[in-house]
Design a protein around this ligand. Structure first.
Ligand SMILES: NC(=O)c1ccc[n+]([C@@H]2O[C@H](COP(=O)([O-])OP(=O)(O)OC[C@H]3O[C@@H](n4cnc5c(N)ncnc54)[C@H](O)[C@@H]3O)[C@@H](O)[C@H]2O)c1
Length: 360
């Protein structure tokens, strides 16, 4: 199969869909890869590395779209890419159609095959979303620690303390992928960590795998209120699939916290779990409400493209190889997880959740 990897052109998107290692794997499987010039540069991969791995480098996105049977991307196509897409061309990327009707209309019109990372599903998990949650969970502590520093506006406390001085207290709300990675990271830095969830089986699991400086506590407004006066950093990592995130900390509850404490709302992409959360960007990540710093960046992994690209492509490559080896039809017949990724085929919406969202 001929595979094309255009450079991502969405604002602040520095990841790339295929690494030189991925090119080598594709080449070994008998496929041909074309990469747009400088597509991997912001993730740490030069054109030369791609060429050495067996790819050909093309100057423009148009050339890549014109020649490729399968386009591998990271973000959804944006307007200036719509006209480059050909009927029957396979697009393997994040789409997030439910929040983007113009994109859905454009893909229906294109008659391309849209296989979305975010709906590939295996054993009730979303394997192509997990890596980005892992990155965001770990980053949330790094960012929280930074904004707890006095020059950054925080109260001026070191997460791990030092011998003779108590560590900071970190409260993690939600013990899923993001919350688990955040708790492990904070605990590794020496902080005293409490992780809350509403699922007792999940809390049991967490209590088995977490180090001794992590407590597991059932999530409730009462328990959160009790902890807030002693908490320096709160990580919001709650998800209720298909629903808006509930507010676990309202504005009134901020009064219980000490000034200069930090809230990191990772769940902001689903509406956020603090009443006072508003989406921010990497250009201006934080703002203050009632003396409490809020970090609410909606695409946290975007700040560490070298790590995020590898984390994403580690997960996507095995699926891409199946698609290239078998073609999308046979691959989706054979592998149910891939079939669930199909969203739009030949002008028709084939993903029930997307169809229901728009009454199609
Ligand atoms: N900002 C970013 O860049 C970024 C990146 C990746 C993921 N996210 C977001 O982070 C959030 C968490 O993602 P995830 O992959 O960890 O989800 P997940 O499904 O793995 O975990 C969510 C957890 O929240 C728990 N939960 C539900 N209601 C709760 C409550 N009231 N109190 C405490 N816990 C509760 C669930 O039981 C579950 O364990 C999602 O909204 C996701 O979209 C954001």
């Amino acid at each position: 199969m001929i595979i094309g990897v255009p450079k991502e052109i969405k604002n602040n998107e520095n990841r790339v869909a295929l690494t030189p290692a991925g090119v080598q794997t594709m080449a070994k499987n008998g496929h041909t890869v074309y990469v747009e010039t400088n597509a991997g540069l912001n993730s740490g991969f030069s054109n030369e590395e791609y060429i050495q791995a067996g790819a050909s480098v093309l100057e423009t996105a148009k050339e890549v779209f014109d020649i490729a049977e399968m386009i591998m991307k990271v973000k959804e196509p944006i307007e200036q890419e719509y006209d480059l897409i050909r009927p029957n061309q396979l697009l393997f990327t994040y789409f997030h159609f439910a929040s983007n009707k113009p994109l859905l209309d454009a893909m229906i019109k294109s008659k391309a095959v849209c296989l979305a990372y975010e709906t590939v599903e295996t054993h009730n998990t979303l394997p192509l979303l997990i890596p980005m949650s892992e990155v965001a969970g770990r980053m949330s502590i790094q960012e929280g620690a930074k904004y707890l520093e006095k020059p950054k506006g925080g109260k001026g406390i070191l997460l791990g303390g030092v011998p003779g001085v108590k560590p900071a207290h970190v409260l993690v709300l939600g013990g899923g992928v993001v919350g688990t990675q955040a708790a492990l990271m904070a605990a590794g830095l020496g902080a005293h960590v409490t992780i809350m969830d509403i699922s007792l089986p999940r809390l049991r699991y967490l209590s088995e795998i977490m180090p001794a400086n992590v407590d597991t506590v059932m999530s409730s407004q009462y328990n959160i209120e009790q902890l807030l006066p002693h908490t320096d950093l709160v990580i919001g990592a709650v998800l209720i699939p298909g629903a808006k995130t509930p507010y676990l900390i309202n504005r009134e509850m901020l009064k219980r916290m000490q000034p200069g404490s930090v809230l990191v709302d990772v769940a902001i992409d689903q509406g956020g779990c603090f009443e006072t959360s508003q989406p921010t960007t990497h250009t201006k990540p934080v703002y203050e409400v009632d003396g409490i710093l809020h970090y609410c960046v909606a695409n946290i992994p975007g700040a560490v493209p070298c790590t995020s690209t590898l984390a994403l492509t580690n997960a996507t490559l095995p699926y891409a190889v199946k698609l290239a080896n078998l073609g999308w039809k046979k691959a989706c017949e054979k592998y149910d997880d891939l079939k669930k990724g199909l969203n739009v085929v030949d002008g028709k919406v084939v993903c029930p959740a997307v169809a229901e969202t728009f009454g199609l």
